[in-house]
Design a protein around this ligand. Sequence first.
Ligand code: FES
Ligand code: FES
Length: 160
Amino acid sequence: MTRKKIILSVNGVRNEIEVEAKETLLETLRNRLDLTGAKLGCDQQVCGSCTVLMNDLPVSSCSVLAMDADGCEILTVEGLGAGGALHPIQQAFIEHGAFQCAYCTPGLILAVKYLLSRFPRPTEPQLRHYLAGNICRCGCHVEILQAVRSLARRAQENQL
Ligand code: FES
Ligand code: FES
Protein backbone atom coordinates (compact mmCIF):
# COMPACT_ATOMS: atom_id res chain seq x y z
CA MET A 1 0.00 0.00 0.00
CA THR A 2 1.61 3.25 -1.08
CA ARG A 3 -1.29 5.64 -0.59
CA LYS A 4 -3.99 5.86 2.02
CA LYS A 5 -6.87 8.18 2.77
CA ILE A 6 -6.61 9.72 6.20
CA ILE A 7 -8.78 12.06 8.24
CA LEU A 8 -6.90 14.96 9.71
CA SER A 9 -8.49 17.69 11.76
CA VAL A 10 -6.26 20.73 11.40
CA ASN A 11 -6.99 23.93 13.32
CA GLY A 12 -10.56 22.72 13.77
CA VAL A 13 -11.13 21.89 10.10
CA ARG A 14 -11.71 18.28 9.11
CA ASN A 15 -9.77 17.14 6.05
CA GLU A 16 -9.92 13.89 4.10
CA ILE A 17 -6.58 13.53 2.36
CA GLU A 18 -4.87 10.83 0.37
CA VAL A 19 -1.25 10.60 1.49
CA GLU A 20 1.80 8.66 0.41
CA ALA A 21 3.24 5.95 2.65
CA LYS A 22 6.45 7.89 3.31
CA GLU A 23 4.85 11.32 3.52
CA THR A 24 5.48 13.22 6.72
CA LEU A 25 2.90 15.23 8.59
CA LEU A 26 4.97 18.33 7.81
CA GLU A 27 4.78 17.60 4.07
CA THR A 28 1.02 17.08 4.28
CA LEU A 29 0.50 20.35 6.15
CA ARG A 30 2.71 22.37 3.85
CA ASN A 31 2.18 20.74 0.45
CA ARG A 32 -1.42 19.57 0.57
CA LEU A 33 -3.07 21.99 3.00
CA ASP A 34 -1.00 25.11 2.25
CA LEU A 35 -0.20 25.59 5.92
CA THR A 36 3.39 26.75 5.67
CA GLY A 37 3.86 27.99 9.23
CA ALA A 38 5.68 24.86 10.38
CA LYS A 39 9.13 24.83 8.77
CA LEU A 40 11.59 22.18 7.67
CA GLY A 41 14.91 22.69 9.40
CA CYS A 42 17.06 19.74 10.40
CA ASP A 43 14.60 17.03 9.26
CA GLN A 44 15.99 14.95 12.14
CA GLN A 45 13.81 15.83 15.14
CA VAL A 46 16.46 18.13 16.58
CA CYS A 47 15.69 21.79 15.82
CA GLY A 48 11.96 22.12 16.57
CA SER A 49 11.15 24.41 13.63
CA CYS A 50 8.48 21.92 12.49
CA THR A 51 6.74 21.69 15.89
CA VAL A 52 2.95 21.39 15.86
CA LEU A 53 0.54 20.09 18.48
CA MET A 54 -0.93 16.66 17.82
CA ASN A 55 -3.79 15.82 20.18
CA ASP A 56 -2.46 18.67 22.36
CA LEU A 57 1.09 17.29 22.54
CA PRO A 58 4.07 18.85 20.74
CA VAL A 59 5.55 16.74 17.95
CA SER A 60 8.24 17.24 15.35
CA SER A 61 6.06 17.03 12.27
CA CYS A 62 9.13 16.24 10.14
CA SER A 63 9.36 12.93 11.97
CA VAL A 64 5.70 11.88 12.11
CA LEU A 65 4.26 9.94 9.20
CA ALA A 66 1.03 11.48 7.96
CA MET A 67 -0.55 8.02 8.11
CA ASP A 68 0.24 7.86 11.82
CA ALA A 69 -1.62 11.12 12.35
CA ASP A 70 -4.83 9.61 10.93
CA GLY A 71 -7.75 10.66 13.15
CA CYS A 72 -5.69 13.17 15.13
CA GLU A 73 -6.32 16.81 15.96
CA ILE A 74 -3.50 19.04 14.76
CA LEU A 75 -2.86 22.62 15.79
CA THR A 76 -0.48 24.75 13.74
CA VAL A 77 0.48 28.37 14.21
CA GLU A 78 -2.19 29.34 11.66
CA GLY A 79 -4.82 28.10 14.10
CA LEU A 80 -3.85 30.51 16.85
CA GLY A 81 -5.47 33.86 17.42
CA ALA A 82 -9.10 34.60 16.74
CA GLY A 83 -10.98 37.10 14.63
CA GLY A 84 -7.79 38.56 13.19
CA ALA A 85 -6.30 39.18 16.65
CA LEU A 86 -2.94 37.73 17.56
CA HIS A 87 -2.70 35.09 20.25
CA PRO A 88 -1.12 36.45 23.47
CA ILE A 89 1.99 34.35 22.83
CA GLN A 90 2.40 35.89 19.38
CA GLN A 91 1.87 39.33 20.88
CA ALA A 92 4.49 38.69 23.56
CA PHE A 93 7.03 37.60 20.94
CA ILE A 94 6.48 40.86 19.08
CA GLU A 95 6.64 43.00 22.24
CA HIS A 96 9.95 41.41 23.25
CA GLY A 97 11.50 41.25 19.78
CA ALA A 98 11.82 37.49 20.19
CA PHE A 99 12.77 36.79 16.57
CA GLN A 100 14.86 38.01 13.67
CA CYS A 101 14.28 35.84 10.58
CA ALA A 102 11.33 34.13 12.37
CA TYR A 103 12.08 30.72 10.87
CA CYS A 104 11.96 29.12 14.33
CA THR A 105 9.03 31.21 15.58
CA PRO A 106 5.98 29.11 14.56
CA GLY A 107 7.45 26.01 16.16
CA LEU A 108 8.52 27.91 19.25
CA ILE A 109 5.09 29.44 19.70
CA LEU A 110 3.50 25.98 19.71
CA ALA A 111 6.14 24.75 22.16
CA VAL A 112 5.40 27.72 24.42
CA LYS A 113 1.67 27.05 24.13
CA TYR A 114 2.21 23.51 25.35
CA LEU A 115 4.53 24.64 28.14
CA LEU A 116 2.01 27.20 29.42
CA SER A 117 -0.85 24.69 29.16
CA ARG A 118 1.08 22.46 31.57
CA PHE A 119 2.67 25.18 33.69
CA PRO A 120 0.94 28.59 33.42
CA ARG A 121 3.66 30.00 35.68
CA PRO A 122 6.69 27.89 34.76
CA THR A 123 9.78 27.89 36.91
CA GLU A 124 13.03 28.86 35.23
CA PRO A 125 14.17 25.20 34.94
CA GLN A 126 10.76 24.19 33.49
CA LEU A 127 10.91 27.02 31.01
CA ARG A 128 14.39 26.10 29.82
CA HIS A 129 13.66 22.36 29.80
CA TYR A 130 10.48 22.61 27.72
CA LEU A 131 11.97 24.98 25.17
CA ALA A 132 15.32 23.18 24.87
CA GLY A 133 14.13 21.33 21.76
CA ASN A 134 13.50 24.52 19.81
CA ILE A 135 16.66 26.07 18.44
CA CYS A 136 16.86 29.65 17.23
CA ARG A 137 19.70 30.06 14.78
CA CYS A 138 19.46 33.85 15.05
CA GLY A 139 20.29 33.62 18.73
CA CYS A 140 17.11 35.21 20.08
CA HIS A 141 16.90 32.90 23.09
CA VAL A 142 17.26 35.73 25.62
CA GLU A 143 14.31 37.61 24.13
CA ILE A 144 12.29 34.40 23.73
CA LEU A 145 12.72 33.61 27.43
CA GLN A 146 11.78 37.20 28.29
CA ALA A 147 8.59 36.87 26.24
CA VAL A 148 7.60 33.67 28.01
CA ARG A 149 8.41 35.12 31.44
CA SER A 150 6.14 38.07 30.64
CA LEU A 151 3.32 35.64 29.84
CA ALA A 152 3.94 33.85 33.14
CA ARG A 153 3.79 37.19 34.98
CA ARG A 154 0.50 38.04 33.28
CA ALA A 155 -0.88 34.62 34.22
CA GLN A 156 0.11 35.38 37.82
CA GLU A 157 -1.76 38.65 37.62
CA ASN A 158 -4.72 36.80 36.08
CA GLN A 159 -4.54 38.76 32.87
CA LEU A 160 -4.52 35.65 30.68
S1 FES B 1 12.80 20.05 11.02
FE1 FES B 1 11.75 18.83 12.40
S2 FES B 1 12.89 18.94 14.22
FE2 FES B 1 14.07 20.07 12.79
S1 FES C 1 14.55 34.09 14.60
FE1 FES C 1 15.80 33.23 13.05
S2 FES C 1 15.98 31.16 13.63
FE2 FES C 1 14.96 32.07 15.29
